[in-house]
Design a protein around this ligand. Structure first.
Ligand SMILES: *Cc1c(COP(=O)(O)O)cnc(C)c1O
Length: 397
């Protein structure tokens, strides 16, 4: 799955350009950098690839989410609809904006469902953050049309889904803004990094400024730059951007390999009765980082992970029992353990997250198992893995 599997000469070459000039900062030093603008080049190539006008790189996917929230004007008193199956960074960025995360059910896409979204709407709803989990899409066209109809901001968390698309249109490009992560376990990596992408010039200008203390980045005299707004330091360094640039240029190869490997395992599993696959609104657009399937119930799902692991099939996740990605095990959120900087008012506005009930999401997550798709499998390993998977699952149901 992740780009680090194919970290190589190309990444080293890009990083060496930066090391040779000694300009690690993404802005200024025009003379000293000998024409190397890694962050800017990455941004231009990412935007082009996504079919969007603008991309702004940040220090992480979390920084990108916070930057996008600020740039879209999401803040104190607003409610933001989020799914319970995500990485907790989505929720943290809403809280850090001073807004209130409101959880809504997912469906068999593993992502926020349009029905769940509708049921969670209130007069205070300001934005919707669907998360395209595990490399593939939510029912994003339906979600977008609800947002358009209700006048809500659509902000896509596409951190796990770079390269994926829905009917030819890149995930992350449907709303007012989209966010990506390039942390070490994502499809492509900067080491640490993320991006805000948009077609909206005002959102881009605000994101570019917010991530660097509000600087307008006009001209090349840093001391003479104006501040458009108050902001933060969510900048990426040229070193990280250089790694990411080399990785971005490998994305097509990564997608091709993942899709081929996933298709081999999926087709071998297709005739195991009792197993269903994750619903993909556009199978062609799946980036294929994971193969997700549903066992008949919680019990067989737990047995399946054990059986697969025992058969040497590693990289299988039962998210329902996993502490990282599903609300059920987010004890720190339940207890609202937060640093002092989270405004008292934000805490007061939030519901009691221990009491959130999401029966449809639970029913789906109890049965879901995701198998990581690797780039480095040899044909023999893939074949052996496929056979071991089918055999282990057949004995269970
Ligand atoms: C990884 C991830 C993030 C955060 O990205 P970082 O770069 O690790 O900060 C946010 N949302 C989702 C869904 C993620 O998977």
């Amino acid at each position: 799955m992740p780009g680090f599997e194919i970290f190589g000469e190309e990444e080293r070459e890009q990083v060496n350009h930066v090391l040779e000039t000694g300009v690690l900062f993404r802005y200024g030093f025009d003379g000293a950098r000998q024409g190397h603008w890694k962050a800017k080049t990455f941004e231009a190539e990412l935007a082009r690839r996504l079919g969007l006008k603008y991309a702004h790189l940040c220090a992480s996917g979390t920084a990108a989410l916070s930057t996008a929230m600020a740039a879209c004007g999401i803040g104190a008193g607003d409610e933001v609809i989020v799914p319970p199956f995500t990485f907790v960074a989505t929720i943290e960025s809403v809280l850090m904006a001073g807004a209130v995360p409101v959880f809504a059910d997912i469906d068999e896409t593993l992502c926020l469902s349009p029905e769940g979204l509708e049921a969670a709407l209130t007069p205070a709803t300001k934005a919707v953050v669907p998360v395209h989990m595990c490399g593939a899409m939510a029912r994003i066209d339906e979600i977008k049309s609800i947002c358009d109809r209700k006048g809500l901001i659509l902000l896509e968390d596409a951190c796990q889904s770079v390269g994926a698309s829905y009917h030819g249109k890149a995930l992350g490009s449907f709303g007012k803004a989209g966010c990506f992560s390039f942390d070490p376990v994502k499809t492509i990596t900067c080491g640490e990094g993320g991006a805000v992408v948009t077609n909206d010039r005002d959102v881009y200008i605000a994101a570019d400024a917010y991530a660097d203390h509000g600087h307008d980045h006009i001209g090349n005299d840093r001391g003479a730059e104006d501040h458009l707004i108050l902001g933060a330091n969510y900048r990426i360094s040229e070193l990280n951007a250089a790694v990411g640039l080399a990785q971005l240029r490998k994305l097509d190869r990564i997608l091709e390999t993942q899709r081929r490997n996933k298709a081999a395992i999926k087709s071998a599993m297709a005739d195991i009765r009792g197993i269903a696959f994750r619903y993909l609104p556009d199978p062609e657009g799946d980036s294929a980082t994971f193969l997700t399937f549903f066992m008949p119930n919680l019990e067989t799902a737990r047995q399946a992970v054990k059986a697969l692991t025992a058969a040497g099939v590693d990289g299988c996740f039962h998210w329902f029992d996993n502490k990282w990605h599903y609300i059920r095990k987010w004890n720190h959120l339940h207890a609202m353990q937060t640093p002092a900087r989270l405004a008292v008012q934000t805490l007061a506005n939030c519901p009691d997250y221990r009491a959130i009930s999401l029966p449809e999401s639970d029913a789906i997550m109890q049965r879901a198992i995701s198998m990581q798709i690797k780039l480095g499998w040899t044909p023999e390993q893939l074949d052996q893995r496929t056979r071991a998977t089918v055999k282990a699952l057949r004995t269970l149901i």
